[in-house]
Write a protein that binds this ligand. Sequence first.
Ligand code: 5GP
Ligand code: ZN
Length: 110
Amino acid sequence: MNDCPFCLIASGEIPCDIIYGDERVVVFADIQPRAPVHLLCAPREHKGSVLEADVSLVGHIFAVIAERHEEWGLAEGFRVVTNCGDNGRQTVGHLHFHVLGGRQLSAGFC
Ligand code: 5GP
Ligand code: ZN
């Protein structure tokens, strides 16, 4: 049984407001937002982290973000983050990119 939360969101088994979806990726709001706009962009296919992603998938994700960011309220700028592994504080083992904005973000990265 696949109990990966983001696989279940992508397949519709966990109800979630998908604000963008195509054949490869879904975008939805983070359940615990750290900024006025805090979205997660995840592949439909399970990938454990960015270490399992290929260039085409990562390029597609960034193309979706670039194409859609204005309608998501991010015209003034945004930050894209992907956490990987224990030191990176990855808590969900399904690749996702945080897309953060809606205010000026802090200067630090860590
Ligand atoms: P990570 O720490 O792995 O980089 O980020 C995981 C993110 O997923 C966290 O910001 C957390 O709030 C979010 N999250 C965890 N479970 C769910 C869920 O079931 N639904 C949504 N929308 N977000 C989730
Ligand atoms: Zn998954």
